[in-house]
Design a binder for this molecule. Structure first.
Ligand code: ADP
Ligand code: ZN
Ligand code: ZN
Length: 733
């Protein structure tokens, strides 16, 4: 039988396959990477043409495509290849991966073109109109005159700058004298050469120079680098100078950062340095603005594209360099849906685009360090802080004797006082917002447990609420114990609100800023607080990890860190790694000016050898220690992990689902099956959660075992009563 031409379409559904459709009669065959509308069951969906193929006419008749939405692909060959590789690696349906890669409006079918700029101009009738007819409408008369002087039309912005508002223009339109037209804005050629620099570069230090040279030598080919530089060593200046070379050659640069809201300073430095546009993809963009930015990147007019993890899918007409700043940061891993690591995708993308990629960090993840040792990545080292700045001193403060009502030790308070007296700034760091992490009845042991989670609700004193930080459940603080009616409710532990109170009492005359998610909810408030810190002068800061990342505070001499221990005690094998990264990031905020910096770590385990190792400030010795442990236990980066999480309304259902599915795993020991076990927080948001961890020395063995496991999970009768997903290279366990 004759073969027929079919269009293989990736449809955004949770099925790991492509779907065949017949081409549209009378239309040319669509190109891979274009969008099409298809009938799927009873729904109409927008899919991506994956390829044109041939198939034997099957038993059931294929349906034709409904319509083609693009003539040019919305996903270029590089992005298609990136998505395909990611879909295979993460065992995620290709249709959903491709969907994730597109801006919302394109997923919904919006045209992938920049509409021309709307311009106001006179109609033929308007050009011959008599202004005297508008004597009673002076504003229309003025508008008529201005438009007559600009036969090419005027944009809204131009009109506004000439003092003209919309109503008179609309009135002219009603008379048929003026009209709003869309015109194509011709692309201006990209700025190149020395003109891309708006200010001169800093004179690089010898170490910076070596790093910049290595990056420049790699231009035009794939080369992955780790820029391993202590806090304050001037990593950003290295990015800036490497970027300048790419921009001067007319290329684009893609920069990934953990959180845009936390990096206003970095963005300002980029904008100050370059005269080319810096397109920032932040969460506040409307869908239209996001599409605009995407289109500008695709056509090459967006020269620097800066965004969080999803920016890795931004199309680039002429890529030159990829930068991943603070590459160790956990936020590069997507935590729901398609669970990709933007850090890892950045390396693949650079490979596909044939450009260098640089991962910058003061505390690189063990995976990245492993990549440098195996020779996959080249290392660029910055071991000195710039200027006179010295590395911060890290001191352990034994607080085993502290009472439950004493969040700060006498020595910490004294150090804070001394710093403030010198007119300098000090930070108290605690990674917990709210007043106290729990309320407790002293008569019956009632605790403020969340009704839906195996967790306590945090007391937020400012709005008299109890809030669960895991499911957002919220309720008013009970006046008495809900269980026995006693009035003796007391709080345990401390959060940022309580520290603010304690510090205001201890230092009533010092200005204090609390910075956490509760105080920075309003747009611009974090920026305002950061500006206050920048101004200098004595200031007490209380804050969460929002203050730990990337900021350059030159007046900050001291940080006191509370609750640094928990990571070292956590069930997650990455606990110590993450705790060390946080400790060094916090320490790194201090001593960045000409004054020495100190971090005081309040700890209940002052003898912990890992913590002691950190006080030397040497992340590499610490990491070395952890790497030996990981090698002994076969954990990443020496082994490869995949985690299946499942949850169900009924207890046991999820656990049973996982248990039954393990029977399809290979019995030859190539994949170790750890569990299934109940999740560390078994109940969350009213659901019972279980997890199954797979560990394999060889990545191929792990990946070979996953398809059968996924099929078993899908086909299990419990599957419908559970939500479950697979997480390849999980980071939070
Ligand atoms: P990192 O990102 O490594 O923590 P930054 O890039 O924020 O460090 O640099 C720390 C400070 O040093 C910044 O204020 C920056 O302007 C300054 N700096 C960086 N490089 C130089 C240099 N070569 N000469 C003088 N100052 C520099
Ligand atoms: Zn009670
Ligand atoms: Zn809860």
């Amino acid at each position: 039988m004759a073969l027929q031409t079919v269009i293989r379409v990736a449809v955004p559904v949770p099925l790991r396959q492509l779907f065949d459709y017949l081409p549209l009669a009378g239309s040319p065959l669509p190109r891979p990477g274009t969008r099409c509308e298809v009938d799927f069951g009873r729904r109409r969906l927008i899919g991506i043409v994956w390829e044109v193929g041939e198939a034997e006419p099957g038993a059931h008749k294929l349906r034709p495509l409904r319509q083609l939405l693009d003539t040019d692909p919305v996903l270029d060959a590089d992005l298609m290849a990136l998505c395909q590789r990611a879909a295979q690696y993460y065992h995620h349906p290709l249709g959903e991966v491709l969907h994730t890669a597109l801006p919302t409006l394109l997923r919904q079918g919006r045209a992938a073109e920049r509409p021309g700029e709307p311009l106001w101009r006179l109609t033929a009738r308007g050009r011959h109109a008599d202004p005297a007819a508008l004597q009673r409408a002076p504003r229309q008369q003025q508008a008529l005159a201005v438009l007559a002087e600009h036969p090419g039309g005027l944009s809204r912005a131009m009109l506004a700058s000439l003092g003209l508002s919309n109503p008179p223009l609309k009135a002219l339109a009603e008379r048929g004298w003026a009209e709003l037209v869309l015109t194509d804005v011709p692309l201006s050629p990209p700025l190149t050469g020395p003109a891309v620099l708006a200010e001169p570069a800093l004179a690089a230090t010898a170490e910076q120079h070596a790093a910049i040279d290595a990056l420049l030598a790699a231009r035009g080919r794939f080369a992955p680098f780790l820029l391993d530089g202590i806090t304050g060593s001037g990593k950003t200046e290295v990015y800036l100078q490497a970027m300048a070379a790419a921009l001067e050659a007319g290329e684009q640069v893609l920069v990934l950062v953990p959180e845009i809201g936390l990096t206003p300073q970095t963005i300002r430095r980029f904008r100050a340095r370059f005269s080319v546009p810096v397109t920032v993809l932040h969460s506040g963009l409307t869908d239209t603005e996001r599409l605009d930015a995407w289109l500008a990147a695709r056509e090459g007019s967006a020269r620097i594209v800066l965004g969080t993890r999803s920016a890795i899918f931004t199309p680039l007409a002429k890529p030159g360099l990829v930068v991943v700043d603070e590459a160790h940061d956990g936020s590069f891993k997507q935590q729901d849906g398609f669970r990709y690591s933007a850090r890892d995708l950045a390396v693949w993308r650079a490979q596909l685009m044939n450009v260098p990629v640089v991962l910058g960090s003061a505390t690189p993840s063990l995976e990245t360090l492993h990549n440098t040792r195996s020779g996959r990545f080249d290392t660029l080292r910055l071991t000195q802080r710039t200027g006179d700045a010295r590395p911060p001193r890290i001191v352990l403060e034994d607080c085993r004797q502290l009472g439950p009502d004493q969040p700060l030790s006498p020595r910490s308070l004294e150090a804070l006082g001394t710093t403030l007296q010198r007119g300098r700034q000090a930070l108290v760091f605690i990674n917990r917002r709210g007043y106290a992490p729990m309320l407790l009845c002293q008569d019956c042991d009632w605790q403020s447990e969340c009704p839906r989670c195996d967790a306590n609700m945090t007391w937020h004193r400012s709005d008299r609420s109890l809030r669960c930080h895991h499911c957002d459940h919220q309720q008013p603080v009970p006046p008495r114990c809900p269980s026995c009616g006693s009035q003796h409710l007391r709080d345990m532990g401390a959060g940022t609100e309580k520290l603010e109170q304690v510090l205001r009492q201890a230092f009533p005359d010092t200005p204090l800023l609390r910075i956490d998610r509760d105080t920075t909810r309003r747009k611009g408030s974090l920026d305002a607080s950061l500006a206050t810190i920048q101004k200098g002068g004595p200031l007490l800061l209380v804050g969460t990890q929002m203050l730990a990342k990337g900021h350059h505070f030159s007046g900050l001499d001291l940080a006191v860190m509370l609750d640094a221990d928990s990571g070292f005690l956590s069930a997650d094998f990455r606990g110590p790694e993450h705790a060390a990264q946080l400790i060094l990031q916090v320490a790194g905020r201090t001593g960045r000016g000409s004054h020495p910096g100190t971090l005081l770590i309040q700890t209940r385990q002052p003898d912990n050898p890992l913590l002691q190792l950190l006080t030397a400030g040497d992340y590499h010795r610490f990491a070395e220690h952890l790497l030996v442990e990981r090698q002994q236990t076969g954990l990443p980066p020496y082994g490869h992990l995949a985690l299946v999480r499942a949850e169900s309304m009924a207890p046991q259902t999820a656990l049973q689902l996982l248990q039954d599915s393990t029977t399809v795993l290979p019995a030859d020991g190539s994949v170790l099956c750890l569990g299934p076990i109940p999740a560390p927080m078994e109940r969350r948001q009213g659901r019972h959660r279980a997890q199954l961890l797979l560990l394999a020395p060889a990545r191929a063995a792990l990946h070979g075992a996953l398809p059968a496991l996924l099929t078993a999970l899908q086909e299990h009768p419990h599957s419908r009563q559970c939500r479950w997903h697979l997480d390849v290279d999980p980071v939070d366990m």
